[in-house]
Structure formats: structure tokens, C-alpha cells
Write a protein that binds this ligand. Structure first.
Ligand code: ADP
Ligand code: MG
Length: 710
């Protein structure tokens, strides 16, 4: 690293590279450095890899007469007029003449210095968007420089920035970071990118492209220099995930043996016997995959994906039984208390009698629990008497001590967060790591599985339990609500139950609660006695929520109005109609999840998506694509594919909990060849050139790579 001067003045601070952090991040940094850090720009290489989002062409000066309305144009001319007017509002208006035509410049915000720059008779170079043509040219807020200075010979980069970090400052920082960066090749020529752009050339070009380049090829990242950068990025992602995998392989986990023949006395066999149904082929296969993992001395990291209703809970229960049979404890966590309570109810029903015979029990842990109950449960966990511990993430909070945790199961979570993974450390006792099973109802499209989830093993339940009738999905405009009421009445008449989901409309939960309450009252009024309409809202105290859920499960409530708290996992097979209000406001996988709450029993089920056009009188394009997808398919994999298409991977994954750094440049939908290349190369590189591989990961992911190891 080059020596760095301590910033002493404001200007020095603006141009000095951010020093390596000492002490807690953010202390003693200038505003600029803080802003740079927000963008992840710390090391020289971070700047070099911070590529522009677009460019401005300042390389040419054109004649005013040759410009058209809407052009970004740079022209040079003499100022012929300049004045400040106050009506209709204060503004600076100047006129320039370049010999071919004249153009008016307008500024609503301006400094005295700008006024001086635009003094009558001055020769200026201005750049901005051309408005009007024939009737008089105009530019609003153009940039103004003195005319006659040398024109740059490259396009000017425009970087994505944050408040407090002006584009020129950021440009200067990037330029010096790039210049200082050591950009030796990390991809060995003999296995790598023969004939491709070299790294320094590609980066220099993408920061400062020559004006003859196709702007389209820069913008859609198809230019060969972009190809080189995207290949590097994808390789870094593959390498880091592969490395995470190898590091995991070096860790030790409790071995949970399974005898080839099911012991009649085992909890696993007994659970199989009490299940009111046989397993589907898919459940059986996935069960075997998990059993094989649990029998190995390295920690399992498996993602179990299966569409809503595919029966993941049973698979989890059977895995738990294996774990308990081996004399260890199992933790089952869900993102919400409602869902955890459902699991608890179901698993307690199945397992508690069987555990009781063994002097064991199921424990329940959540954040909102009363202290007395919590202490009692914690004691049972610590003594090992609680063989199965169910709850929210409170289960793995620091305070909870397991005697022998061997398996952690997380339901309805795309991917376990980094912090939570760390929290599991050391809970298996000694230097052992617990096995980890993650369950998700949102299938991951193949390309994502190969990139973001490359460090996980994936099992798929690709078969629904028999006897399900497909859910009919109907799109209904909001003004035809009456028809929906008829439907509800007819379902209730047949002894069935109904969900009615209200969207989150406002930022404020109080307003949402009011909306949901109004809907409940309105429905209760319309449907009349003896129909009972219940309300579930995230603001309600847990005990109340559970009471409502229990009443709905027992069919004491026929219509359940709720905000999206029922989104995940709730299982009431007698519910046959789902109405989603303002469906256009929901995300696609969210809609699919909600729809999955019905069609769980043998009765024909339906989902009504009520939509209302927005202020523009139309439903937006993305919303329309989501509703269309819902009406056209019930297949979770197809839904996921379309969702990825509509939203892109960043939002799809939910960057917050993905743990894996998002791809900045590569696009999995179009860069499949590069992804294949990176997948093939990564293991070879790790094996034959481990130092280069490490350098490559550090260069691209820097400190972010640390997350993956967690
Ligand atoms: P999800 O995968 O969405 O979590 P659940 O585990 O909640 O699905 O299962 C959905 C419903 O299907 C539950 O009522 C469950 O008891 C039932 N179920 C699970 N497996 C089978 C099976 N093999 N045969 C019949 N019903 C099953
Ligand atoms: Mg579930």
C-alpha cells in the first residue's frame, strides 16, 4: 500500500484515500470518507472496481443548429444577454450565440459566481439537455465552463453516489484509486481467459471509454471489456462459495447414525407409524438425503425447497426424530410466533406422547414469553430433557444453553442470516457444529441455485401430497366486490372457511390496523349472523393472535381477516377460499405463498385477487405481470422464475439475509455462459492455484468474503 498523508485541510481530506480503519468504523473520518465508506469504497481496488453506471460525452462540441429537442449537447458560444428576473420566480436567464443559432440558459438556483461566469461577452462551453428547437432553444441548469479548454478524449464516467459526495469528488477518488491499484492478473493464463482483455485495460476502458465505442454495448454490459469484468466477478463468487464449502468440510459435527433397518422402538419409526398418511415419493427421497448428511461427521448445510403445501414439516419432524434417536437435541425455528405456534401444535401432537415415554419433552421458546415460563423452558433445554425445542429465533439466543444440540431446522427462510449462523456456533458442545436444515417455500431458479446458493446442498420436494385439487385463481376488479361476497357466502354455506388478506398500505401499522378492522366490520355486517369474522394483525399481542388462530383452526371463526401475518406456513385445511385485496400491491412470491394457504384439503379451492387501478387509472406494468403470472400458473417453480425476471436477483434474494455478496455487474439471466465458465474453473483454480484464488477472492470481495465463512 502506498503511504498516505493524514488529511490536514478540507481539500486534502477530499482527495486523500480512505485510510485503513482503526478502531470502530466511522470514527475520525471526514464526511467524504464516510460517504465513500457507505459505498463500500475503502481500498484502492474497491475504487478501481467501482464502475460507472453511465457516461457523459464531453468529447465533442456541436453546432446549436445541429441539435434536436432532447439531445444532451455540448456547445460553445458567446454570452449575448444575462439577467436575473424575479417573475414568475427568481431565476438567472442568459443567452448564448454560437454563430449557427442562439440558446437560452435558465437557472433557478445559482451562485453569484455563475452569474459572473455568464457575463455578457464571455465565451463559454455549456452542456445540458436541449429543449425546444424551432421556436427557440433552451437549456435548464446546464453545466458551464470557460470555452476553449482542451476537450477530453474519453467519455466522462457518472458513478452512483450518495448524499454528500459530489460527482467530481467521487471521480477524482476513483481515478486515483484506479491509478494506485495493483492489477496483476489472478486468473492463470493457462486455464483462464485466453485472448480476453487484460484486467487493467478492461477497467481503464470502462472508467474512461473512447468516444467511438457503442454506448449500447457499454450500457447493456455486452462490450468485451465488460465480459472480462463479469467473468472475474462470477469467478470470485464461485471461489468464495466453494471455499466456504471446503471450510465447512473441515469442521466436525455430531454423527447421527441411522440403522439400515428401522428399529421398531425408534422415535423415527414410531412417528412414521402415527402419521395419518404415507410419505410422498419426494418426501421419502429427501428424507434419505437428509439422513445421509446427518450420518456424516461434517455439518450439513442443506436447503429444503418445496412449494407451499408440499409437506416440508413432516420431513423436518422425521429429521428431528433421527436426531433425538441418536441422543441429541433438535431446534426448530420459524420467523414468526404464529408459525412457530403452528409447528408447535402439530409436532407436539405427534411427538409429545412418544417423547413422554422416554422421559423427554418438547419445549417452546419465544421472545414474548413470560419470564417464569421462559426460565422453565430454558432449564429443560439446558438439562437436555427438552429433546425438541421449537420457537422463534429466540431459540438460539445467547442465553439459551443446549446440552447437546445436533440439528437446527429453520423454516420459511430463504437463507439463514449470518448472525444466526454464528449464533449456532458452539451450541453442539465441544468443538462440534450442529447440522443445519433450511426450509423454503420459494423455490430458487436454477441459475440462482448455481450462483448464490453454491455453498449449500439443495433438496427439492417436487411432488404434492395426493388428493389435492388445483386452486382456481381469479382476477376480479375491485368494483365487482359483490360477486366475491356471494362466493364467500357459498363457501361458508358448504361448511368451508375463508381468508381475507388486507395489504399493508400505509407506513403506519396503526392505519393498517384501522383498515383491517374496517374490513372486518364491513364483512361481518354484510355476511350477518351466525357467521363469525375474526381479525389478525401483527400489532396484536401474541396471546390474542394465538387465540384467534386457534378459533379459526377450530372453525369457530369462518372468515379470517388479516394483514400479511398469515403469509407463511399457516395450515388450516378446511379453508377453501382466499381473497386478497389490492393484490396489485403484493410481490409475486408473497401472493403465491398466500394462495398456498388454501387448497390444503380435498375441497376445491379458489383464490380471488382483487385489484384496483392506481391514480393513473391503470395497474402498473410490473403489477400486471405479477397478476398475470398468478392467474396463469400454480407452479411454484414457474412463479419463482417469473418473479426473478420481474424483480432481478437483488430483491429476489433479499440482500439483507442472503449473506452472499450480490453480483454487481453480471446478470444471471444473460450471463449463463460466463457462469458455466466460472463454475468449471473455480474448483480447478482452488486446487491448482490456491494463492491466486485467495488473491482473487480478496480483490473482489475483500472483507465481504468473511461473511460467507460465518
Ligand atoms: P409446507 O411444505 O407448505 O410447509 P406442510 O408441511 O404444512 O407444507 O404440509 C401441508 C399439509 O399437507 C399439511 O396438512 C400436512 O399434514 C399434509 N401432508 C404432508 N405430507 C403429506 C402426505 N404425504 N400425504 C398427505 N398429506 C400430507
Ligand atoms: Mg411450512
Amino acid at each position: 500500500m502506498p503511504a498516505k498523508k493524514a488529511p490536514s485541510t478540507a481539500t486534502a481530506a477530499a482527495s486523500a484515500p480512505a485510510p485503513a480503519p482503526a478502531g470502530p468504523p466511522g470514527t475520525g473520518l471526514s464526511l467524504v470518507q464516510r460517504a465513500l465508506r457507505k459505498l463500500g469504497l475503502v481500498r484502492d481496488i474497491d475504487f478501481a472496481l467501482y464502475l460507472p453506471m453511465r457516461y457523459e460525452d464531453e468529447t465533442r462540441v456541436v453546432r446549436l443548429a445541429d441539435t434536436r429537442d432532447g439531445d444532451m449537447a455540448q456547445v460553445e458560444g458567446v454570452v449575448t444577454e444575462c439577467e436575473v428576473v424575479f417573475r414568475p420566480r427568481r431565476q438567472l436567464i442568459a443567452t448564448i450565440d454560437d454563430g449557427s443559432d442562439t440558446c437560452e440558459l435558465r437557472f433557478f438556483n445559482f451562485y453569484p459566481s455563475q452569474q459572473k461566469q455568464l457575463a455578457v461577452g464571455a465565451k463559454v462551453r455549456v452542456r445540458g439537455e436541449m429543449r425546444g428547437g424551432f421556436v427557440g432553444r433552451q437549456m435548464m441548469h446546464p453545466t458551464v465552463k470557460a470555452a476553449g479548454t482542451a476537450l477530453p478524449n474519453a467519455l466522462t464516467p457518472v458513478y452512483s453516489t450518495v448524499a454528500g459526495l459530489a460527482q467530481p469528488v467521487l471521480r477524482r477518488e476513483v481515478r486515483s484509486g484506479l491509478a494506485r491499484s495493483v492489477l496483476d492478473e489472478t486468473i492463470p493464463v493457462q486455464i483462464g481467459l485466453r485472448g480476453a482483455w487484460d484486467l487493467r485495460a478492461a477497467l481503464s476502458f470502462l472508467h474512461y471509454p473512447t468516444p467511438d465505442v457503442s454506448m449500447a454495448a457499454l450500457e447493456d454490459h455486452s462490450h468485451p471489456a465488460w465480459q472480462r469484468i463479469k467473468a472475474e466477478e462470477l469467478l470470485a463468487q464461485q471461489l468464495s462459495q466453494l471455499q466456504a464449502r471446503l471450510e465447512r468440510a473441515a469442521q466436525r459435527a455430531p454423527v447421527l447414525p441411522s440403522s439400515a433397518e428401522p428399529l421398531p422402538a425408534s422415535l423415527h419409526a414410531q412417528l412414521m407409524a402415527v402419521l395419518p398418511f404415507g410419505l410422498t415419493g419426494a418426501q421419502q427421497r429427501v428424507g434419505e438425503e437428509i439422513t445421509a448428511d446427518l450420518g456424516r461427521p461434517i455439518p450439513m448445510h442443506r436447503l429444503l425447497q418445496g412449494d407451499v403445501g408440499s409437506g416440508k414439516t413432516v420431513v423436518a419432524a422425521l429429521a428431528a426424530a433421527r436426531c433425538i434417536d441418536a441422543g441429541f437435541q433438535c431446534a426448530l425455528m420459524a420467523p414468526t410466533e404464529i408459525l412457530a405456534a403452528q409447528h408447535f401444535g402439530k409436532l407436539v401432537g405427534w411427538l409429545d406422547p412418544l417423547l413422554a415415554e422416554r422421559g423427554l419433552r418438547v419445549a417452546w421458546l419465544t421472545g414474548s414469553q413470560k419470564k417464569k415460563e421462559r426460565d422453565e423452558m430454558s432449564a429443560a433445554v439446558e438439562s437436555g430433557q427438552a429433546a425438541l425445542v421449537i420457537g422463534t429465533h429466540a431459540v438460539i439466543s445467547e442465553k439459551v444453553r443446549f446440552r447437546k444440540l445436533a440439528l437446527a431446522i429453520i423454516d420459511e427462510q430463504h437463507r439463514f442470516g449470518v448472525a444466526q449462523r454464528l449464533a449456532l456456533r458452539g451450541k453442539a458442545g465441544g468443538d462440534l457444529e450442529p447440522h443445519l436444515l433450511m426450509m423454503s417455500a420459494t423455490p430458487i431458479p436454477r441459475t440462482l441455485a448455481m450462483s448464490y446458493y453454491a455453498d449449500l446442498d439443495v433438496s427439492t420436494l417436487d411432488e404434492l401430497p395426493p388428493g389435492r385439487t388445483p386452486i382456481v385463481t381469479k382476477l376480479v376488479a375491485d368494483h365487482r366486490r359483490d360477486e366475491v361476497i356471494d362466493r364467500i357466502q357459498s363457501q361458508i354455506g358448504q361448511g368451508r372457511q375463508v381468508y381475507w388478506v388486507c395489504p399493508l398500505i400505509e407506513e403506519s401499522e396503526a392505519v393498517d390496523l384501522r383498515n383491517a378492522t374496517e374490513t372486518r366490520d364491513e364483512l361481518a355486517g354484510t355476511l350477518g349472523e351466525p357467521v363469525k369474522v375474526g381479525l389478525l394483525h401483527s400489532r396484536m399481542p401474541t396471546a390474542e393472535k394465538q387465540a384467534v388462530m386457534a378459533a379459526f383452526t377450530a372453525n369457530e371463526i369462518q372468515v379470517l381477516v388479516s394483514t400479511t401475518v398469515i403469509e407463511v406456513g399457516v395450515d388450516v385445511p378446511n379453508a377453501s377460499l382466499m381473497v386478497i385485496e389490492h393484490a396489485e400491491r403484493f410481490g409475486l412470491s408473497q401472493l403465491h405463498q398466500l394462495r398456498g394457504r388454501v387448497g390444503r384439503g380435498a375441497a376445491a379451492s379458489a383464490c380471488v385477487l382483487l385489484y384496483a387501478p392506481g391514480d393513473s387509472g391503470r395497474v402498473g406494468e410490473a403489477a400486471r405481470a405479477r397478476l398475470k403470472a398468478m392467474a396463469e400458473t400454480g407452479d411454484g417453480f414457474e412463479i419463482a422464475r417469473r418473479d426473478l425476471e420481474i424483480r432481478g436477483p437483488g430483491e429476489f434474494l433479499g440482500a439483507r439475509q442472503s449473506g452472499a455478496p450480490l453480483l454487481r455487474f453480471a446478470d444471471l439471466a444473460t450471463d449463463t455462459l460466463l457462469l458455466d465458465w466460472a463454475r468449471e474453473l473455480a474448483p480447478v483454480m482452488l486446487q491448482k492455484h490456491p494463492e491466486l484464488a485467495q488473491r482473487h477472492i480478496d480483490r473482489w470481495l475483500g472483507t465481504k468474503a468473511e461473511y460467507l465463512k460465518a
